[in-house]
Design a protein around this ligand. Structure first.
Ligand SMILES: Cc1cc2nc3c(=O)[nH]c(=O)nc-3n(C[C@H](O)[C@H](O)[C@H](O)COP(=O)(O)OP(=O)(O)OC[C@H]3O[C@@H](n4cnc5c(N)ncnc54)[C@H](O)[C@@H]3O)c2cc1C
Length: 417
């Protein structure tokens, strides 16, 4: 069967990248989102070389990089100042670096491109049910669209569609989440590095430079603070002054940034899931992004994986337009090991940074500094971070980022519905 009409459910990083790449490869794409106006959720994120390559393939890299901040190293310290982690991208590859971005900038670049592409946007449409035989999608109120030859489910880590149509999947919530906010950094004090301070495994504070953002004013930084998922209400009740005082005990400079937050409402709380899905495909349905492989953000990979997922499925479909199984096999071959390795590492590292397990912080403090004196271990950590690794001894397969298959960009008008 020839694949022509594709539904993409979810206008997050995975859905936007997939919709854009698929439209450019000549597929008829309908993009669904529950929001009436799609919008980013969260503060800032770290874009790795893999995510940067995906943006280059979409022609959006310069636009995003211009208002973002270059990150050359990740430095983790104890409150005393002792270095626990110091990873410098250039020690793996001279041209490698991270990019601290405002989520709004990344989302805005992707969404503007989607609006300019021949993609049918179906907004304010929360997909409640999928008729797998008919290939159609339905809201709770009975609205429906279809038929589609393929339905990409990119509705995020908390995906309800995954629960319904992939019952064997598991997605437990991590016991710890994180508070996130954007703070002004007019003096660029945070420039150049993602800096973190850890006290045991119960305290993790981070400052990530994210550039000026879309308004082009002074620079900002994203500030985060680790918190058990069940303590959010307690944190909000305690108020900002108590929080600033808490941070000051471990990292006075970060407390000065926290003191710039005007209201608890400006601080978002994020919980994460450890998504485990053996088979991302079920008939005409395919999971993408966090819906397929959400994890804790310890390694800063989720948005990068989501962006590359979108391009990879478009490239695989572009190469196998008449054979859905061959296309999905190509997608899985390109993604499964790399994603599996990233999830494995996140799963094992998370308790060392965010947990109440006694001794975990000490164990981390004793083992991680070894990497600075053991080049193979340092390379293992760096190549996991950059997305160049798909296993202990395996390099990541070459990314499939070109979906155009020799075609020029389709010229049809964008559509709204
Ligand atoms: C605190 C925190 C920090 C992070 N930091 C980083 C980082 O530094 N680097 C990094 O790479 N990643 C980071 N991540 C991870 C990253 O944010 C996610 O991996 C990424 O956003 C996943 O994108 P997605 O498109 O899969 O899902 P989402 O961005 O969650 O998008 C899902 C979309 O689906 C829509 N939707 C949901 N249900 C339905 C439905 N039934 N019908 C229609 N639409 C629906 C939603 O409205 C939403 O627009 C972080 C995550 C957290 C929580």
């Amino acid at each position: 069967m020839r694949i022509e009409r594709i539904a993409v459910i979810g206008a997050g990083m995975a859905g936007l990248s997939a919709a854009l790449a698929l439209a450019r490869a000549g597929f008829a794409v309908s993009l669904f989102d529950a929001f009436a106006t799609p919008r980013p959720i969260g503060a800032g994120l770290l874009l790795q070389p893999t995510g940067q390559a995906a943006l280059r393939a979409l022609g959006l890299y310069e636009q995003v990089a211009d208002t973002s901040a270059r990150v050359d190293r990740l430095i983790g310290r104890a409150p005393s100042g002792g270095v626990i982690l110091d990873l410098e991208y250039a020690r793996l590859r001279r041209d490698a670096f991270g990019l601290g971005v405002h989520r709004g900038v990344l989302f805005g670049a992707l969404y503007q491109a989607v609006c300019a592409a021949p993609i049918t946007q179906v907004l304010d449409f929360e997909v409640e049910r999928i008729d797998e035989a008919a290939g159609s999608v339905h809201t709770i109120c009975g609205a429906s669209r279809g038929p589609f030859d393929l339905i990409l489910i990119a509705d995020g880590a908390h995906s309800r569609l995954r629960e319904k149509y992939f019952p064997a999947a598991r997605a437990p919530i991590y016991p710890w989440g994180a508070l996130w906010t954007i703070v002004p950094d007019p003096d660029k004090a945070c420039a150049g590095a993602l800096r973190q301070v850890y006290a045991g495994a119960r305290v993790m504070i981070g400052l990530l430079p994210i550039g000026a953002g879309a308004d082009g004013g002074a620079d900002d930084a994203a500030l985060f603070w680790s918190l058990p998922a069940r303590h959010e209400a307690r944190w909000r009740a305690a108020g900002l002054d108590a929080w600033v005082a808490d941070i000051r005990r471990y990292w006075p400079e970060a407390a000065d940034f926290a003191a710039r937050v005007k209201s608890p409402a400006d601080v978002a709380f994020a919980i994460y899931r450890d998504v485990r899905v053996r088979d991302w495909r079920h008939g005409k349905l395919l999971l993408l992004g966090d819906a397929a492989h959400g994890t804790s953000p310890q390694l800063g990979q989720g948005a990068n994986l989501a962006l590359v997922d979108g391009l990879t499925i478009a490239a695989a479909l572009g190469a196998h337009r008449d054979d859905l199984t061959a296309a999905i096999n190509a997608f899985v071959a390109a993604r499964k090991n790399l994603v599996g390795w990233t999830q494995f590492m996140s799963r094992w590292l998370t308790p060392a940074f965010q947990s109440g397990v006694p001794g975990m912080g000490l164990l981390r403090n004793l083992t991680l500094p070894i990497a600075r004196f053991l080049p193979p271990l340092e390379r293992l950590m760096l190549s996991t971070l950059t997305g160049d690794r798909a296993g202990l001894f395996a390099a990541a397969p070459p990314a499939l980022l070109d979906a155009t298959d020799g075609r020029s960009e389709a010229a049809a008008e964008p559509a709204q519905s």
